[in-house]
Design a protein around this ligand. Structure first.
Ligand code: KG4
Ligand code: ZN
Length: 335
């Protein structure tokens, strides 16, 4: 009989519920985005996010089952994101998952959101270990070494802002609507790399990142230009900013893969949707790591979604890592 896992994700501003068969096949993946409600504030407002999750979660569960054509009694287990993320937002998903698991007598699988991002790659091809993952999202920038399924060792991480956070802050300075990442990526393909932005920690002998200096350099350039009454080209700014982020992410990831030889390299998280990053990573891996398989999830699976949570839940379930109904949200959960 097939294994059917109901995945639930509510760590930030997307309420998502999915049904995944045998950890490989997405039968449904409902994503209710709240972006429009947060745009007028220029970022995610935690209290607004929680309220939306409360409104959406039961509809999303019903819809995920309907689209998958699965009855509650067919399900094997419920997997839920319990961290990291916004505490109020996480609690809605955790509560819904616990209630659903209890009412339907199903095992409850606690899932780390970042592990979910990595396992989104398993919908592209079977994962092989050892594996190295660059996880880049709005809240995190991490290099994670996995010697086997569900084993995570952080070998590098940002010392300040996450890459996605830098994109969104720069987007705000440019007057773009939240989240700015996607629009900067589009503009970056139209301009020239004419501003020399810093590449922090590029030549340091470690696998860490730093993006706050880049953000400040961008803000200063913009501020000084405005003081002089000059208007800088949005396209050139985007191209130069993106060139800096992508060069640092790709260089450090390739260096990590040389220090920690792996069979596969995964790039995951919201920023993995970035075209510039996808192209440069592809090119450098082909040139410098011809033996390594590069896997980047399809665009719809880079952002937050519950199919990736069900996929990570599948490997946790195989190792019998279950939670009791006492499971709580863990906003600063790490690997
Ligand atoms: O993984 P995600 O959906 O949520 C978190 O777990 O944080 O990532 C959201 C982040 C945002 O910062 C957003 O601007 C960024 O991913 N993002 C992008 C692109 N699409 C989304 N950043 C750069 N280029 C993109 N195409
Ligand atoms: Zn995420």
């Amino acid at each position: 009989m097939s294994e059917l896992i109901l995945g639930i994700e509510s760590s930030c501003d997307e309420t998502s519920v999915a049904v995944v068969k045998d950890g490989k096949t997405i039968l449904s993946n409902i994503v209710a985005s709240q972006i429009k409600s947060h745009q007028r504030f220029g970022g995610v407002v935690p209290e607004v996010a929680s309220r939306h999750h409360v409104e959406q979660i039961t509809y999303c569960i019903e819809e995920a089952l309907q689209v998958a054509e699965v009855r509650k009694t067919d399900l094997t287990a419920v997997a839920v994101t319990y961290g990291p993320g916004l505490v109020g937002a996480l609690l809605i998903g955790v509560q819904a998952a616990k209630a659903f698991a209890w009412a339907n007598q199903l095992p409850l699988i606690p899932v780390n959101h970042m592990a979910g991002h990595i396992y989104a790659a398993c919908f592209e091809q079977d994962l092989q270990f050892p594996l190295l993952a660059l996880v880049v999202s709005g809240g995190h920038t991490e290099l994670v070494y996995m010697k086997e399924d569900a084993s995570y060792k952080v070998i590098g991480e940002t010392r300040d802002d996450a890459a996605g956070e830098a994109y969104d802050k720069v987007g705000r300075v440019m007057g773009l609507s939240y989240p700015g990442g996607k629009e900067i990526d589009r503009l970056a393909h139209l301009g020239e790399d004419r501003y020399q932005f810093p590449r922090a920690m590029l030549h340091e002998d470690n696998l860490d990142f730093s993006f706050s200096g880049l953000k400040s350099a961008f803000i200063n350039l913009d501020h000084n230009a405005k003081q002089r009454g000059e208007t800088l080209s949005q396209e050139d700014l985007a191209t130069s900013f993106q060139a800096s982020v992508v060069e640092v992410l790709v260089t450090k990831t390739i260096r990590a893969a040389k220090n920690y030889p792996v069979k596969q390299l995964v790039v995951a998280g919201g920023v993995a949707a970035n075209q510039g990053l996808r192209e440069m990573m592809q090119q450098k891996v082909e040139e410098q790591l011809p033996e390594t398989d590069l896997i980047i999830p399809s665009l719809r699976l880079c952002g937050d979604n519950a199919a990736m949570i069900a996929a990570a839940g599948h490997v946790e379930f195989a190792q019998n890592k279950l939670a009791s109904l006492g499971l709580n949200a863990c906003p600063s959960l790490s690997f």
